[in-house]
Design a binder for this molecule. Sequence first.
Ligand SMILES: Nc1nc2c(ncn2[C@@H]2O[C@H](COP(=O)(O)OP(=O)(O)OP(=O)(O)O)[C@@H](O)[C@H]2O)c(=O)[nH]1
Ligand SMILES: [Mg+2]
Length: 476
Amino acid sequence: MDLDQREKLRVAAEPAVLVGCYLPGEEEAHGGDERDPLRELRALAETAGSRVVGELVQRRVRPRPSTYLGKGKMEELTAMIEALKAKLVVFDNDLSPNQIREIEKAVSCKVLDRSELILDIFAGRASTRQAKLQVEIAQLEYTAPRLRAMWSHLGQVTGGAPVGVGTRGPGEQQIETDRRLVQRRLLQLKRELAEVQARKTREVEGRRLEHYTVGIVGYTNAGKSTLFNALTRGGAFAHGKLFATLGTRVEQWNLGGGNSAMLSDTVGFIRNLPHHLVASFRSTLEETVHAHLLLVVADASDPAAEQELRTVHEVLAEIDADRQPRVLVLNKIDAADAATLAKWREREPEAIQVSAKSGEGLELLRAIVLRNMMGAVREVDATVPLNDDRTIDFLEKRADVLDRRYADGTVTLRVRLGRRQLEQLLSRGTAARIDGLPAQEALRQVWDPSPVAAPLRVPPHLRYDQMRDEADKEHA
Ligand SMILES: Nc1nc2c(ncn2[C@@H]2O[C@H](COP(=O)(O)OP(=O)(O)OP(=O)(O)O)[C@@H](O)[C@H]2O)c(=O)[nH]1
Ligand SMILES: [Mg+2]
């Protein structure tokens, strides 16, 4: 079944009511748009395949511990669900397992919170092995405690026998068995993901040494894949729905003059991404974390763009992708009005305004990336055996030679050398030593002192030893 068919089926299946309960000062953080705080949740629900039939917003000083919403609003919600024949309630807030149980009991239909909704979308979209593993891990970690709460509540309703889980024994025992099954499954999945991750890390490290790498990042729906396609003719899936992209694609980007970069497109960010999902997606984001340069893409026509950019910078810090230079790319200028663009220009004078759709501004973007790439120029001593004519010839013609010293069958040239030029020398098999180091080593130590010289870090949640410890604790 293709994506659209699946979505049609689910649309037909799930009329949904959206609920947002906002505490003072929370609306902006929640919707990014004060007049329409449920805007993003609506887009998420539609992306997940629901049909939004009703919406309910409450402002409270603090959440009611049992149901988050106040008592009167809960009654209103129950009546609304009945009148609209809704099958699903989605909360814009993150709910505790107990709150979900209480609300489900009151409204007698399925209740999801925002994180679960996002997980559901990810589950529907994951197409690579890596993405599927990551989603299943996140789902097990996030949903398992909720499932437990739900079963115990259903157990009460049916006098102890859990509904829909089979007839094996009374509730508590069932939950214990399932909890162990979940743990075992988690361990197996994490082990498999660790293998995928290790392979990926080697691949990324290799690519980074050989090429200049540029990562596209940004909020979901900012137009990253459209930009990627416009720059590379790369055929990434671009779509007007949230989280169209879940994996990472890498394509060559021709920067002109015989230079090129490896450009990557990846999953979009969203505020309050479920914690486990961020951790799990670390390996998808490996390409981003280790890119030489980041293009941070924002939708200039979106009123919530500023809030979204803040989220993007936060997530980048969280995944350790905050050491490389960034270029802010304001996309969709064809859809933004002149006043908005003027405001952006004032606020972000360094940003490049583009339209991935019309191609406007892409030439400037290319030039700036090229300058960034060649910009890594170092003044070094290149010591070359006199019989390595090709290297000497290359340096004399292409690099800026400041001084020459001859000794014992070698020449030492004081040169200003770009990173890309050294890479080109390397690919021709140069015999030069740079500042006394073999050329390959110099590339690591002189040009990329911090990120590449250090081995790529394996995130703690993917380390075998820790997983084993956890499993042992579990069995003890
Ligand atoms: N008007 C206009 N629309 C654009 C532009 N760039 C992208 N879009 C539209 O924005 C929507 C999202 O584009 P994508 O490229 O899928 O966005 P993305 O950032 O890759 O989204 P995710 O992969 O879901 O995170 C699509 O409907 C695109 O057609 C642009 O420059 N102008
Ligand atoms: Mg995309």
